[in-house]
Design a binder for this molecule. Structure first.
Ligand SMILES: [Zn+2]
Length: 424
């Protein structure tokens, strides 16, 4: 099946696929069917996830606003309470931005979501030897015998369409929100702590300035959660389509020494919950594994990119070895017009691969102005998909897989046959 047909099925037939919604589950069903048609045995993993990317920030800024109100109450009790609440909100926010457990997650509603995964084993598993004490006789772990493991993730869910993503101006505002929000909360905390000891009424007036920043943020977060979900043809039916294309290609021509897990994740858009759950559940099998993320790879007006690093709060860097391989492949194919980029003020599943200690890399497509076209906009539809860009990224990933496979051949890597020479 052509990749464009997959994008049509996901974005037009199923439509907007909000995190942990019935439509996201339908997209998972669709992927199960496609994988089964290829003769694979797809597995479903359910997990609990937040349902909003914005609610944790609304709650944290809401706590900051409550603190400003308390600061205007009789002191020093009001200042002490304000300092405590803001300190807890700020600490929780910093943890949330690193996708770690925190109070905001515990207080907010969760729903069930799902991942779908399938594995394509390698052609030449390692021989079992007596020294293989990790794999006793009868252990149900034949998959672990391939010398190398690659996990490819692509998310099934789609984002909302907030004001913050509507135009270049708003995207610039979005870039400033995080430092402004964190800065205002640090300023408030400092004022509240001083207020415990010095009951100066001037402090209350000063606190209104960072309080206003917190209010603007609060309002933008509420607005975001009131917007409809996008159809997400580029973000991320394109990545799902490419992963299904790879499933077809790998089933026809498995790699020699590399098993490939294809993981179709839920709830990426609200904090990478699906990838987090899958990596957590499969940790023992992922020692030394590679991780490739496919996200937004076919936007019209964009060129294929390899992501060097992405930064939300702290940067997540792609694996240097994989980056060197990708650079080599890009040099060999100038016709792809591909390049390396670093991304700011956003997260993807690269952050999850890095969090779980995998050798990770991400592929995408970015316009010359540095943006992903129609990111979280209502116009992210089939009409704005560029099939040629999609095909280039697919070929890039396929080339990278073969190169990983070649380098992981047992014995002398340089003598190992390239995977394509024995491909069916
Ligand atoms: Zn995405």
């Amino acid at each position: 099946m052509a990749s464009l047909d997959h994008i049509r099925a996901l974005s037009e037939v199923i439509g907007p696929r909000g995190s942990a919604t019935a439509e996201e589950a339908k997209a998972a069903d669709y992927v199960v069917e496609q994988l089964a048609n290829l003769g694979l045995s797809p597995e479903r993993q359910t997990f609990l996830s937040a349902t909003s990317a914005y609610r944790p920030y609304a709650l944290a800024t809401g706590m900051a606003l409550l603190s400003v109100f308390l600061f205007w109450q009789p002191q020093p009790v009001g200042a002490a309470a304000a300092a405590l609440i803001t300190a807890v909100a700020l600490a929780s926010l910093l943890l949330e931005m690193q996708f770690r457990p925190n109070l905001l997650r515990w207080l907010l509603p969760i729903e069930q979501s799902q991942n779908v995964s399938a594995v394509i084993p390698c052609r030449q598993p390692r021989l079992q030897t007596a020294s293989d004490e990790d794999a006793p006789m009868g252990a149900i772990a034949p998959r672990a015998d391939c010398p190398a493991t690659v996990v490819i993730t692509a998310h099934l869910d789609t984002h909302r369409t907030p004001l913050l993503f509507r135009a270049p101006f708003w995207l610039r505002v979005f870039g400033w929100l995080m430092p402004a929000g964190l800065g205002s909360m640090v300023a408030l905390l400092a004022l509240f702590v001083i207020g415990i000891f010095i009951p100066a009424s001037a402090l209350r007036l000063i606190a209104l300035a960072p309080g206003l920043v917190a209010f603007v943020l609060f309002a933008l977060m509420i607005q975001a959660d009131l917007t409809p979900y996008t159809k997400g043809a580029n973000d991320n039916a394109s990545g799902v389509a490419a992963a299904l294309w790879l499933a077809e290609r790998l089933t026809a021509s498995p790699l020699q020494h590399t098993q490939v897990y294809l993981v179709f994740t839920g709830c990426e858009e609200v904090g990478g919950y699906g990838a987090d759950a899958w990596f957590s559940a499969n940790r023992p099998a992922l020692n030394g594994a590679f991780h490739i993320t496919l996200d937004q790879i076919a936007g019209a007006g964009a060129q294929p990119v390899v992501v060097r690093a992405e930064r939300f709060l702290i940067p997540a860097h792609s694996d240097p070895g994989l980056l060197a391989l990708a650079e080599q492949i890009i040099r060999e194919h100038p016709e792809w017009n591909a390049r390396l980029v670093s991304l700011n003020a956003g997260y993807g599943e690269l952050s999850m691969g890095v969090k779980h200690g995998l050798r990770a890399i991400a592929f995408g497509a970015i316009a010359p102005d540095g943006a992903s076209p129609r990111w979280h906009q209502p116009s992210d539809t089939l009409a704005a998909i560029d099939e040629a860009t999609l095909a280039r990224v697919q070929e890039m990933v396929w080339a990278l897989l073969r190169e990983i496979d070649r380098q992981n051949a047992p014995g002398n890597p340089s003598d190992a046959p390239a995977a394509e020479s024995v491909a069916a």
